[in-house]
Design a protein around this ligand. Structure first.
Ligand code: GCB
Length: 621
């Protein structure tokens, strides 16, 4: 993969910048499995549906040998053992095993697996007819956390990371007629994973997003970036150039690539360089820019040889000027909420159009123009819908609180995850921020790690702003001085705080003064827990009234901070978290939602609506 060499070169440079040694094995996994950009706009054979499954508790000796190496000669072989006679040396059988729906987490589909963290093996048969001069990729939208894939008994690939897609070239392992695939998914937590061992959400295991086979010509478009040209400054009158690149995997130098935007009567051709990349620029007369009020998307056709792909792409400019955030040159204020990728009403990981519709209905009810998709990349459907509906998005990788920041291999993984996130979604106008982390401890290793990562993100994508949610400003009495050195590396700073819930009372917020650098800030988390239907006075814990009181004082405090450009209460909807174990109040849920997990509106919803529509807590300038 030529392109990979190029990416690795930059990757090694980033490591050097970080001050991490580069001599050891560079990565534990092959980086950038997310080969196919725009995969949901390609013709694919869906492998969604019922898959057989078998459960393996730790230490999972069918998957790992005593040294922890992956075994390829266990369940992976799917040998249909003879169970009615002869020696019993392999005691499993996928063909008679129960099935579960893929995509779908195992926790909400099998009551015995509700709290299971370990290995589940999945298997299914499928018919396939290979076509000459094509390549076929096995695509997984996400599987949490580690996955190992075998096709017809041979190892196809491994992937680490629960929230980004991977594509494995299955061409040489596929055969005409019946085929079978086995995937072992391991949701066990480890210190050096991302996230690390403790986090405040539910560890849904399994193949949680779409699975498909994608067949492409032998030379094909694997990656592209089509955006409004991002110059040193923005002027509405000159915003008429679309630029970017198309990468053709398998092609060398001199292949012609066409980029067409038929609706705007614009087209151009470009030629690949030695790495298969064709950069282009095309003038588009009368280009309508994407913005929340008018989220215009154009059909963009890409063609390289016999490969064609059409994507829906919006064009907009986002940048920072002093403490302002400018969208298409106009200062904006962001109002919205945080959201976990949890399906309203039915529970479990978000994976269907219906789930996304439900999430958006809550966002619309609060009049949001912005959402922070916490704390990891969400299903591609979410960002597609945001593109269509004009909702601006913060997208994040799961570097949550205590990560092994001093370890090079953890940095390696973070870079891979960052690249996977950016690569999947870089053509989505809705995404305005890439976030590198949430609430990390302020120390030298952390700052070095995340500064390098922020620079890596910026190098990869100059058309978006880089952010992170910080915590823990030094508090002296009522003066809060945010002096985290990580801010240097960020374009926009997220600030989390829980005055009125984890510290002090709601009214304490009235006395706080914030000392912040001259950068745009988002109050990225604040809130209080309230059990839907639980009522009392404004200071009674767990009541809807107290949640209202906390939010009211928070909005009043935020209104006084001149740098604040965005506001996202924690959180749109109650979500499952295995650490929330107060019976009758939490019952396994973090209750800081404005809505319950069943989408019931708490009393704070009218307050948020009134604030966002009549008396905003944040101003564009
Ligand atoms: C935070 C975290 C978020 C938690 C939230 C809480 O600071 O960023 O992941 O869920 O607080 O409710 O404690």
């Amino acid at each position: 993969m030529k392109d990979l060499t190029r990416r690795m070169t930059h990757f090694v440079l980033a490591m050097a910048f970080a001050g991490f040694t580069t001599g050891s094995a560079i990565v534990a996994q092959v980086p950038l499995r997310t080969l196919l950009v725009g995969v949901d706009h390609r013709k694919a054979v869906s492998l969604n549906g019922p898959w057989h499954y078998l459960v393996e508790q730790p230490p999972a000796r069918e998957l790992y040998d005593e040294k922890g190496n992956i075994r390829d000669n266990g369940y992976a072989l799917n040998t249909h053992p003879n169970i009615s006679s002869g020696p019993h040396n392999s005691e499993y059988d996928f063909s008679t095993a129960p099935t579960m729906k893929i995509p779908g987490d195992w926790n909400t589909q099998d009551p015995t697996l509700f709290r299971f963290e370990g290995v589940v093996w999945f298997q299914r048969d499928f018919e396939f007819q290979p076509a000459p001069a094509t390549r076929t990729f096995f695509h997984v939208g996400a599987a949490n956390y580690r996955s190992v894939v075998w096709l017809n008994g041979k190892r196809l690939c491994n992937h680490e990371g629960g929230f980004t897609p991977y594509d494995c070239d299955a061409t040489s392992l596929l055969k005409p007629g019946n085929n079978f695939v086995v995937i072992a998914v391991d949701s066990t937590r480890h210190q050096d994973d991302i996230p690390s061992v403790s986090y405040d959400w539910f560890n849904y295991g399994g193949i949680t997003r779409d699975v498909s086979l994608v067949t492409v010509p032998s030379e094909f478009i694997d990656d592209y970036d089509v955006h409004l040209k991002h110059g040193a400054s923005f002027s509405a009158g000159d915003a008429n150039t679309v630029s970017g690149y198309v990468h053709v995997e398998g092609a060398g130098e001199g292949r012609s690539v066409a980029v067409r935007i038929p609706e705007a009567n614009a087209s151009t051709t470009a030629v690949t360089d030695a790495t298969g990349k064709a950069t282009f620029e095309v003038k588009v007369n009368g280009l309508q820019l994407w913005n929340p009020g008018s989220p215009k998307l154009y059909k963009v056709e890409l063609q390289a040889g016999t490969d064609t792909l059409t994507d829906d792409i919006g064009f907009r400019d986002i940048r920072v000027d002093g403490t302002r955030i400018l969208l298409n040159g106009k200062a904006i204020a962001l109002q919205g909420a945080n959201m976990h990728a949890e399906a309203p009403v039915r529970g479990g990981r978000t994976s269907t159009d219906e789930d996304v519709k439900n999430v958006f209905s809550m966002l619309h009810q609060i009049h949001a123009n912005f959402v922070r998709l916490a704390h990891y990349p969400h299903d591609e459907r979410m960002v597609r819908q945001a593109d269509r509906e004009g909702l601006m998005v913060w997208s994040e990788i799961p570097l949550w609180q205590r990560i092994s920041f001093s370890k090079q291999e953890v940095y390696d993984k973070a870079v891979v995850m960052l690249h996977e996130m950016i690569r999947r979604d870089r053509n989505r106008a809705a995404i305005i921020f890439w976030s590198v982390s949430n609430e990390t401890p302020n120390n030298a290793d952390r700052t070095r790690f995340l500064t390098a990562l922020a620079n890596e993100a910026r190098h990869e994508d100059q058309t978006r702003l880089i952010t992170s949610a910080l915590i823990g400003p030094r508090v002296s009495e009522d003066r809060i001085v945010q002096d985290d050195p990580l801010m240097e590396a960020l374009d926009v700073v997220g600030q989390n705080q829980y005055i009125g819930w984890y510290e002090g009372t709601a009214e304490d917020a009235d006395r706080k003064t914030w000392v912040l650098p001259q950068k745009p800030f988002i109050m990225s988390e604040f809130g209080a827990e309230a059990k839907f239907g639980n009522h009392g006075g404004p200071h009674d814990r767990w009541t809807e009234e107290q949640q209202v009181n906390v939010l009211q004082h928070q909005f009043a405090m935020i209104r006084k901070i001149p740098q604040m450009r965005g506001v996202t209460p924690w959180v749109l909807m109650d979500f499952r978290s295995s650490t929330r174990n107060i019976p009758r109040l939490q019952d396994g849920y973090n209750r800081k939602g404005l809505f319950s997990e069943k989408m019931e509106k708490k009393m704070s919803v009218p307050l948020v609506v009134k604030t966002y529509t009549e008396d905003p807590a944040v101003k564009p300038e």
